[in-house]
Design a protein around this ligand. Structure first.
Ligand code: NAI
Length: 250
């Protein structure tokens, strides 16, 4: 098949929240965006909104915690489009508990979904990214969390997965720089999405008191930083962790 003329991006967790905002933003920036998640109906809604706005996007239903299925998906997409320019590992889950009570299952599932999936995707994406001919090389952007930077009581599994993403990203940045592939991390603070909506009001108020900008962030404010990292303007930025958190961690 002929090579897609647009730069091609894969965004995991594209069905809602931060991932949906990233899908919409990268499509607005002129990329063809593949939105990956488990929920086909919600994904289709996001892609329909992109197309209605004049953008280009497609749906890919996959459980990213299944390494074979996810690796094969990325191989297939790179073949289908003849290129792969941007990978955004955004999908993530929480299974919070105190460490004394945390089950093996809660630990392993969070690591498999949040961390191992990013390794599997990076391994599959590296080769097609190495073959890119344009001035803008490959871009890998991993969505971590301030929990991975400073830790968080009740989130040993989640914080370990998010800190792991930072070590993974810095290693990948060092390995792939000579191939004109950059790898950076965006670490959101508290962003208003389904993931944080479930927090009790009292916790939300306490958290706001810890944020210099005194509010939760919007998904679009994460998407804007991802857009920058995916753009030509970020060509000399690699191995960095950018906290987008209203100043909570500094
Ligand atoms: P969300 O819960 O609203 O959406 C998560 C997305 O990941 C959904 O599209 C879901 O379908 C997908 N997903 C989950 N497990 C999957 C699997 N096994 N296979 C395929 N897709 C899967 O989450 P939200 O709030 O949009 O967060 C996105 C990312 O940002 C996550 O990695 C999260 O850890 C991170 N983050 C979010 C913060 C927040 O305050 N909302 C703060 C810091 C980090």
């Amino acid at each position: 098949m002929a090579m897609n003329e647009k730069r091609v991006a894969i965004v995991t967790g594209g069905s809602r929240g931060i991932g949906a905002a990233i899908v919409k933003r990268l499509a607005k920036d002129g990329l063809h965006v593949v939105a990956v998640a488990r929920n086909a109906d919600k994904l289709a809604e996001v892609v329909a909104a992109v197309v209605a706005a004049g953008g280009s996007a497609e749906v890919a239903v996959c459980d990213i915690a299944d390494p074979k299925a996810f690796g094969d998906l990325i191989d297939g997409l790179a073949d289908k489009h003849g290129r792969l320019d941007v990978l955004v590992n955004n999908a993530g889950i929480t299974k919070d508990d105190l460490v004394l009570r945390m089950t093996d299952e809660a630990f392993d599932t969070v690591i498999a979904t949040n961390l191992k999936s990013a390794f599997v995707a990076t391994r599959a994406a590296a080769r097609p990214m190495m073959r890119l001919k344009g001035a803008i090389g490959g871009r890998i952007i991993n969505i971590s969390s301030v929990s991975g930077v400073v830790g968080n009581a009740g989130q040993a599994n989640y914080a370990a997965s998010k800190a792991g993403l930072i070590g993974l990203s810095k290693s990948v940045a060092k390995e792939l720089a000579k191939k004109n592939i950059t790898c950076n991390v965006v670490a959101p603070g508290f962003i208003a999405t389904d993931m944080t909506q479930v927090l009790p009001d009292q916790i939300k108020d306490t958290v706001k008191g810890l944020i210099p900008l005194q509010r939760f962030g919007q998904a679009e404010e994460i998407a804007g930083v991802v857009s920058f990292l995916a753009s030509a303007d970020a060509s000399y930025v690699t191995g960095q962790v950018i906290c987008v958190d209203g100043g909570m961690v500094m």
